[in-house]
Design a protein around this ligand. Structure first.
Ligand code: GLN
Length: 317
């Protein structure tokens, strides 16, 4: 038997990934997001499941090579990249780590907390995080984000210009969030430019396979296990996973941790990444979402894999 690293042997992981896909492909619950007009065109049948091991092997089933916009999953990786620059304390003070208990784009959460963005996985905190991206001008700041996401994925990524334009034309709420943060002195960068950079980062195209490698990079202490390149420090990877555990599935983060027992991050285009520290990354993609904006099939497939692979971090046996 050939072990793939920290997970069971390769053939077993292949089998479980295929089974996670097969068991859930018929699930018809959930609704494709349409508040960003371009996302409404997503194929509700599309479904990919992928596991990347910290040893660098990748196990895939379904539509794992189809590109879709990364959306909120970018929040996890841009947060890690920004933490690398601003450090543990500054990230805690400026962005926070506590769950809001409210929806991902809540304005109320900001008002209830003296203007604090609360955590980097809701829109307010993600916009505050993107506001900390270093650079002399917009091009520099975009390069920081694009190069960083590419290093996590291990390949150059492009922007879906249609999704970007569609969200940029309809993101009044995110613009309001940025201005509200600025009004409380919680955003030093220009609100309009920060939201534009955030919208662009959300429009980056990835595949399920890319997301599995990105997740495995966080599992591997910040080193991309496929390219061997260090993307962030081990301390930053650890901090990012702690934040994902408490906030990665918005107001459903508690239920997620209870069922799956791993840090994860969802996005409205139907992607979902999950990290088993020291072991590997799981990624799924299926556009129909629950009412918190989390992929329905993705949550089910990930719960199955977490159990079958014995990944729950709270389990002692
Ligand atoms: N770009 C989206 C937004 O800001 C991302 C939200 C998400 O994936 N939950 O609304």
């Amino acid at each position: 038997l050939v072990s793939t690293g920290a997970l069971p042997e390769a053939a077993r992981v292949d089998e479980l990934v295929a089974s996670a896909h097969e068991r859930n492909r018929w699930v018809a619950d959930g609704v494709v997001a349409d508040y960003i007009p371009a996302l409404a065109a997503a194929d509700p049948e599309a479904f990919g499941v992928c596991v990347a091991d910290v040893g660098g092997s990748v196990h895939a089933a379904g539509d794992v090579d189809v590109e879709f916009s990364i959306q909120s999953i970018s929040k996890a990786f841009v947060y890690a990249l920004v933490c690398e620059v601003v450090g543990h304390r500054e990230a805690l003070a400026r962005v926070g780590v506590n769950n809001t208990g409210l929806s991902f784009n809540s304005v109320v959460a900001i008002e209830l907390n003296d203007g604090h963005p609360m955590n980097p996985m809701v829109n307010a905190g993600a916009i505050a995080t993107t506001g900390l991206v270093p650079g002399d001008d917009d091009a520099d700041r975009w390069a920081f984000v694009a190069d960083g996401l590419a290093a996590f994925a291990g390949r150059e990524l492009r922007v879906d210009e249609e999704v970007y334009a569609s969200e940029a034309a309809t993101n009044e709420r995110n613009q309001a969030i940025a201005r509200l943060l600025a009004s409380y002195g919680r955003l030093d960068a220009d609100p309009g430019r920060t939201v534009d950079l955030y919208t662009r980062q959300c429009s980056v195209l990835v595949t399920t396979r890319d997301l599995a490698v990105m997740a495995a990079t966080l599992a591997d202490g910040g080193v991309n296990p496929v390219t061997g390149r260090r993307v962030v420090s081990a301390g930053v990877a650890r901090d990012t996973l702690a934040v994902l555990a408490s906030t990665g599935l918005y107001e459903r983060s508690g239920e997620w941790l209870y069922e799956i027992g791993l840090p994860g991050k969802s996005g409205v285009s139907g992607g979902l990444v999950t990290v088993a520290p020291g072991k590997g990354g799981i990624a799924t993609w299926s556009p129909p979402l629950d009412d918190a904006g989390n992929s329905v099939r993705g949550q089910r497939a990930t719960a199955y894999l977490s159990r079958a692979l014995g990944l729950n971090v709270f389990a002692s046996a």
